[in-house]
Design a protein around this ligand. Structure first.
Ligand code: ZLM
Ligand code: CA
Ligand code: ZN
Length: 389
């Protein structure tokens, strides 16, 4: 089995539940929980599960969900009925539109992925894990009383609230192609959480329309959250070299300045080249290098999923990142094992297809100049001078 060995004295916990994967957002909706089945198949065909503590996640309780969400929103989420196509019904709490449809088992789906993130955070709190993984989480757009962008319950906020019971400072990093607005907003007024999101930004032309460089936290007198929101707005086509350089530079600066005692990394795979909704040219290698860099900091680490709309690439990235977490990435055969379920879905036989294989002639030029990237780093360096711990 590829020489997968459980790392000695190092614990990785993996939180998942096949029930989550069975939910459907509806015909042609880009969010496909089934991609988790594809990822799990790949992870298990490599035998990686034998090197982790595996947990079948449970539903978060109503009380746990109310740590962040309002009771009336949760009540509506629980009782909302699937509408008939022509029904004229109120779209309260932004539920029921094409982005956030009401589907069969919606509340079960939400409480399960939230339960997994909460459990994962608790494993880090009681030192039972060094890295905890929930690929079904990472739903960063959900607000206190509002669904947004395929997200209904904000499992990341709930997990960070767990971490804050034990940890004085949490660094949240978000490599999804979209701005992590829900998490940023939730911790907007505290200096105990620093949020760093890297994303495509094009004003209101790209969802959710927030996350410009100047958005750094409320700058009113005596507000502790000031300067603790960090935003990295990028243009289409950024490649591995630029992305990984930016990531390491900025995360390095944040860690030095903020000295987090725990890190949450949202690994949204829609920043990968060839994504149905994303616009970047990041490859599985570069995406994984971000995870490897966080691991190298030796700070308790929570890995969650997020976006990712070309399932075969999502599965590749999250399987590769699982191997990085357990430390077997260097010995892993990149040729996808022959007995991998749905192996034909992968189209190319390796976890590291080349850019031209991924894009198949669909050229996406890099619209990020070296100058722009350096200006971003200079501006954030300046911002971080205001952060004192
Ligand atoms: N229309 N079907 C990222 C969340 C991105 C808002 C423009 C809907 C879609 C998209 C839904 C099947 C994360 C917006 C889009 C069309 C208003 C978004 C259903 C295609 C479809 O074919 C589709 C009928 C649907 C939705 C595309 N929606 C693309 N982009 C964004 C939300 C979530 O990755 O960050 C974390 C999980 N919504 O741009 C509209 C403004 C709705
Ligand atoms: Ca992001
Ligand atoms: Zn996204």
């Amino acid at each position: 089995t590829n020489g997968i060995i459980r790392p000695k004295g190092y614990n990785v916990s993996w939180h998942s539940n096949p029930d989550i994967e069975k939910h459907h957002f509806g015909h042609a909706h880009p969010m496909k929980p089934w991609r988790l089945t594809l990822a799990k198949g790949l992870i298990m065909s490599y035998g990686m599960h034998t090197a982790m503590d595996t947990y079948v996640s449970r539903q978060a309780t109503r009380e746990e969900l109310e740590d962040f969400h309002s009771a009336d929103y949760l009540e509506y989420l629980k009782t909302a009925k699937v509408a008939l196509p022509d029904d004229d019904y109120p779209k309260d709490f932004n539920l029921g539109g094409s982005d956030c449809p009401i589907f069969e088992g919606l509340f079960n789906y939400c409480s399960m992925y939230a339960g997994a993130s909460i459990d994962a955070a608790r494993k880090l709190c009681n030192n039972e894990s060094d890295i905890a993984i929930n690929w079904s989480g990472g739903l960063h757009h959900a607000k206190k009383a509002e669904a947004s962008g395929f997200c209904y319950v904000n499992d990341i906020v709930l997990a960070i609230l767990q971490l804050l019971r034990k940890h004085p400072r949490v660094l949240y990093i978000d490599i999804d192609v979209h701005h992590g607005d829900g998490v940023e907003e939730a911790f907007w007024s505290t200096d105990r959480v620093m949020t760093l999101s890297i994303h495509k930004y094009d004003g209101l032309n790209f969802f959710p329309g927030t996350g410009d460089l100047e958005r750094t936290g409320p700058d009113s007198e005596g507000n502790p959250g000031a300067h603790h929101a960090i935003n990295v707005p990028l243009n289409d086509g950024i490649d591995d070299d630029q992305y990984v350089w930016l990531f390491k530079t900025l995360v390095g600066l944040c860690v030095e300045r903020f000295q987090p005692t725990a890190i949450v990394l949202q690994c949204g795979a829609d920043s990968l080249a060839g994504d149905r909704l994303g616009r970047f040219n990041v490859q599985v290698q570069g995406h994984g290098a971000c995870v490897a860099y966080c691991k190298s900091l030796n700070i308790p680490l929570l890995l969650v999923g997020g976006g990712g709309y070309t399932p075969r690439n999502v599965a590749r990235a999250w399987a590769h990142e699982t191997s990085i977490a357990i430390g077997c990435d260097s010995t892993l055969d990149p040729i996808i094992p022959i007995h991998t379920p749905y192996r034909t879905h992968f189209r190319h036989e390796t976890i590291f297809p080349t850019l031209s294989e991924i894009l198949a002639g669909e050229n996406r030029p890099n619209k990020n100049s070296e100058k722009k990237v350096r200006e971003i780093v200079a501006s954030i360096t300046e911002q971080l001078r205001f952060v004192n711990r």
